[in-house]
Design a protein around this ligand. Structure first.
Ligand code: GLU
Ligand code: MG
Length: 437
C-alpha cells in the first residue's frame, strides 16, 4: 500500500474553527476550479460541539470556492502526513458570495475601503498561545530556558511557516506559564488574515507532530494572563504609499489614520463581540492584564484598546513606512477574517464620517475620574460575551457593512455558545476553551 496525499478546502468559520472537506491531491487542479460542497448549518457548529439553532436546518447547498494563493503544503517527513489545505470563500451555487462567509465579509469591507477612500490595509498578526509539551513553572517568563524547553517545536514551526511562504518576524517565550508568542511579517488586504489562519494551524500542526498541543485559548485560567491576538495595522494609498504619519501632529497621526482609528475606538464596545469571541475572552479584557479593558487610544501603552506603536531605528528610521497602530482587544476564539473585517468596518465608518484625530489617553483609564473618561469618550469594554453581543446587536452604524444575514447568524451562534457556558464555573469554561482552540 502506498499512502495517497489528501488536500482539504477549508473555511475559518463563525466559531473561529477551521473546517472543510478533503479530496485526493490528484484532483486538486479540478477542485481549485469547481470547489467542494458545503452546508449552511455548518456555520452554526459551535467550537464546543453542539450546533446552535440554525435558520437553515438541513436545507441548502453552498460551495467552498478555494483561493489558490492561500494554499499551504508542509512536509512533516516520512513518518507524518503532509499538512495540505487551501482557504476558501463560501459561495452560493451560482457563484455569488454567501453573505455569512467571514472571508467574504472582510473582502466586502476592503473593497468598500478601496472604492470610497482609495485605501488598502496592511496588517500583521501577533499571536500568543500555550504549548503544553513544556512543564508549567513560574520562572519561565521570557526565559532562555523556557525557549530551550520547547526543543524542536520552534525550529520545526519556523520550517513549516517558511514552506507555507510566511515570514517569521519573532518567536519568544511569553510571560505566562507555557506561553509563547509568534509574530509574522505584514501582508496587504485579505492575505493578512489568510496568513493568520495558517499561523494558528501550523502551530497546532507542528505541536501535534511533536507529540504536544498548541492552544490559542483566550486565557489559560481566570487568574492567569491572556493569550492576546494583537493586530498591527496601517493604511496605504492606491500607489501603495503609507498615509499614516504626519510629523506635525504631536503623536504623529495623519488625518486619514486619525479618522480610521477614531471609528475603531468608537465602535470598540460593539465589535469586541466579533474580535473577542469567547465567554472567557472577557476574563482577559480586564485592567492590569496588559490586554485592553477600555476603548482608549494609547501612545506606546500596552493596555490600550488601540496603541500607537513605536518606530525603531533612531534617526535613520523610515518613520512614514514604520508608523502604525495595534488593535489589542482580539483573541483567537475569533476567526481572523472576522477580526480584521470588524477593524475595517469600524475604521471605514470613521473615514466616512470624517472624524477628527482622537486624543491620546495618558495613564490608565481605570485611574481616571468618570468625568475625565467621559470627556475623552472612554468607556469600559463589555464585561461578558452576552454584553458584547447586545452591544453588537444594538449598533446600527456598521449594520450595512456587516450585513443582516451575517449579523443574525453570528448572534444566534454566539448567544447559544454563551448559554452553554452560563452554568459552568470560570475554571471549567477555561478548560473547555483550552481544548477547543
Ligand atoms: N498577554 C497580553 C494579552 O493578553 C499581552 C502581553 C503583551 O503586551 O505582549 O494581550
Ligand atoms: Mg505578547
Amino acid at each position: 500500500m502506498t499512502p495517497e496525499e489528501i488536500v482539504m478546502i477549508c473555511t475559518s468559520d463563525l466559531s473561529g474553527q477551521v473546517r472543510g472537506k478533503g479530496f485526493p491531491v490528484s484532483d486538486l487542479e479540478s477542485r481549485l476550479v469547481k470547489g467542494i460542497g458545503w452546508t449552511p448549518t455548518n456555520s452554526m457548529i459551535t467550537a464546543h460541539g453542539p450546533i446552535a439553532p440554525s435558520p437553515w436546518g438541513p436545507f441548502g447547498d453552498l460551495v467552498l470556492t478555494p483561493a489558490p494563493e492561500t494554499r499551504v503544503r508542509v512536509d512533516y517527513g516520512s513518518n507524518h502526513a503532509a499538512e495540505h489545505f487551501v482557504m476558501a470563500d463560501i459561495m452560493h451555487l451560482d457563484g455569488t458570495p454567501w453573505p455569512v462567509c467571514p472571508r467574504g465579509f472582510l473582502k466586502r469591507g476592503l473593497a468598500a475601503l478601496k472604492e470610497r477612500h482609495g485605501l488598502t490595509l496592511k496588517a500583521a498578526f501577533e499571536h500568543e498561545f500555550l504549548y503544553d509539551a513544556v512543564e508549567e513553572r513560574p520562572n519561565a517568563s521570557y526565559a532562555l530556558d523556557a525557549f530551550r524547553r520547547q526543543d524542536r517545536f520552534a525550529e520545526n514551526y519556523l520550517g513549516a511557516l517558511k514552506q507555507a511562504g510566511i515570514e517569521l518576524d519573532t518567536f519568544m517565550p511569553e510571560y505566562g506559564p507555557m506561553q509563547y508568542e509568534v509574530t509574522v511579517g505584514p501582508a496587504v488586504g485579505v492575505a493578512a488574515a489568510d496568513q493568520a489562519v495558517a499561523v494558528r494551524e501550523l502551530a497546532r500542526g507542528t505541536a501535534f507532530r511533536e507529540g504536544g498541543r498548541a492552544s490559542f485559548t483566550p486565557i489559560l485560567r481566570p487568574d492567569s494572563v491572556g493569550n492576546g491576538v494583537h493586530v498591527h495595522f496601517s493604511l496605504r494609498n492606491a500607489n501603495g504609499a503609507p498615509v499614516n504619519h504626519d510629523a506635525k501632529h504631536p503623536q504623529g497621526m495623519s488625518k486619514t489614520a486619525g479618522a480610521f482609528v477614531a471609528g475603531i475606538l468608537e465602535k470598540l464596545p460593539a465589535i469586541t463581540a466579533l474580535t473577542a469571541a469567547g465567554s472567557i475572552s472577557y476574563l482577559r479584557l480586564t485592567p492590569n492584564r496588559w490586554s485592553a479593558a477600555y476603548n482608549n487610544l494609547g501612545f506606546r501603552d500596552r493596555e490600550a484598546g488601540v496603541r500607537i506603536c513605536p518606530v525603531f531605528g533612531g534617526a535613520k528610521a523610515d518613520v512614514a513606512e514604520q508608523f502604525h497602530f495595534e488593535y489589542r482587544a482580539a483573541d483567537a476564539a475569533a476567526s481572523p477574517y472576522l477580526v480584521l473585517g470588524a477593524i475595517v468596518a469600524a475604521g471605514l465608518w470613521g473615514l466616512d464620517k470624517g472624524f477628527r484625530i482622537p486624543a491620546v489617553c495618558e495613564g490608565a483609564p481605570q485611574n481616571m475620574t468618570d468625568e475625565q473618561r467621559s470627556n475623552m469618550g472612554i468607556v469600559r469594554l463589555p464585561q461578558s460575551l452576552e454584553e458584547a453581543l447586545d452591544r453588537f446587536e444594538g449598533d446600527e452604524d456598521l449594520a450595512e457593512t456587516i450585513g443582516a444575514d451575517l449579523k443574525a447568524a453570528y448572534l444566534a451562534h454566539k448567544r447559544y455558545e454563551a448559554g452553554i457556558m452560563r452554568d459552568l464555573s470560570p475554571e471549567d469554561q477555561c478548560m473547555r476553551y483550552r481544548a477547543a482552540y
